[in-house]
Design a protein around this ligand. Structure first.
Ligand SMILES: Cc1ncc(C[n+]2csc(CCOP(=O)(O)OP(=O)(O)O)c2C)c(N)n1
Ligand code: SF4
Length: 351
């Protein structure tokens, strides 16, 4: 690591980091071929570019294979309680708003035992960046059904097939009020790098779902869309300001049909369809309705799976509002003291 001699616009000089500066040197205990390797690789590549000193970046995780992540990073981190990482992260962010706080979690950790903590962190627009490794299984505990396992999935706990419906995680995050919602895939390094960069730049509750292969307990969970032969027709790449086109020749597209109030797949050049009919992607819409409709294309027969940023909207964050409120109250009432607090409100003397 070298040190720059001049910070920009009078800012203190930032060290010039490389990917290596973020590698702890601890050998990951992930199985060979696990998708977690490619995720950590992209995160370690990203961090030297975010303009934040290493000592101000924190990774907080819950429990699971994915949650071993902080051990392999060379910066501050906490491996906390199952499902509770968003709560630790919220507490840290609100008390130390100068920190860049990431949460690393799995589909079981975030959406089963941690479902409540997840939705409230998103609802509050807490400025935390939550990255959920979705392998649609419990990996660490050796292959039980998770809230993202598909209907009918046979696992150790559902030997005859899961009888319950999975969450659609981006739709859940949008419904909870997350101001940044995105999806990417472990085998698409460049795409993942772009999504993580956008997540790093966002201020507010940030949800990134990474489709992650668990070759030991749920191998090939995403090959239906990632195999070279099907990829072009199975993946819809959402890019800001661009028409939602896909397919081998880029002629298939997503159109909003005002009669049915649904999204539909059309082909440019057929039945009078032109590129003007295709929905242009805008993740910055205040209203999340279209983002929600796009998220709901996931798993719908005849539709491609959307990847990229669904929503990216700037709203005052919970930590900003908290500090603003503290400043306003201090302005009106002066510096607080414990004595003043105890003598305030409804007090009485016991005689
Ligand atoms: C309170 C509590 N309940 C249950 C467990 C057992 N447990 C550990 S990890 C895990 C699920 C992990 O699945 P996921 O979050 O999808 O992560 P992965 O291992 O697949 O990365 C469970 C149920 C635990 N450690 N603590
Ligand atoms: S069990 Fe699955 S998720 Fe866990 S380290 Fe192994 S391959 Fe990765």
């Amino acid at each position: 690591m070298e040190t720059t001699t001049n910070g920009q616009n009078g800012a203190p000089a930032l060290p010039l980091y490389t990917k290596k500066d973020f590698e702890s040197g601890v050998d990951p205990r992930w199985c060979p071929g696990c998708g977690d390797f490619s995720i950590i690789n992209q995160v370690q590549k990203l961090l030297p570019t975010v303009g934040v000193p290493r000592e101000k970046i924190v990774f907080i995780s819950g429990i699971g294979c994915s949650s071993r992540f902080p051990y392999y990073m060379n910066n501050y981190g906490m491996h906390t309680l199952h499902g509770r990482a968003p709560s630790f992260a919220s507490g840290l962010k609100v008390s130390r708003p100068d920190l860049m706080v990431w949460v690393i979690t799995g589909d079981g950790d975030a959406l089963a035992i941690g479902g409540n903590h997840f939705i409230h962190a998103m609802r509050r627009n807490m400025d935390i960046k939550l990255v959920m490794f979705n392998n649609r299984i419990y990996g660490l505990t050796k292959g039980q059904v998770s809230p993202t396992s598909e209907l009918g999935k046979k696992t150790k706990t559902t030997p005859y097939g899961s009888p319950d419906y999975p969450f659609n995680p981006p739709a859940l995050a949008l419904g909870a009020g997350a101001t940044f919602v995105a999806r990417t895939v472990d085998v698409e390094g460049a795409h993942m790098g772009g999504v993580l960069k956008a997540a790093a730049e966002h201020k507010g509750s940030t949800y990134v779902e990474v489709y992650q292969n668990c070759p030991v307990f749920n191998d090939g969970a995403y090959t239906y869309m990632t195999e070279k032969a099907v990829r072009a027709d199975s993946i819809l790449r959402m890019e800001q300001g661009k028409p939602l086109l896909f397919g081998k020749d880029g002629k298939k597209g997503i159109r909003f049909n005002p009669q049915t109030v649904h999204l539909e797949v059309v082909t440019v050049g057929e039945n009078g369809i032109t590129e003007k009919d295709i929905l242009v992607h805008d993740a910055t819409h205040e209203d999340p309705t279209i983002a929600f409709m796009l998220a709901n294309l996931t798993g719908k027969p005849g539709f491609p799976t959307p990847i990229g940023v669904f929503r990216d909207v700037r709203q005052p964050t919970c930590d900003e509002l908290t500090w603003q409120q503290i400043a306003e109250v201090k302005e009106k009432k002066g510096e607080p003291t414990l004595e003043k607090l105890l003598a305030s409100g409804e007090t009485w003397t016991v005689k």
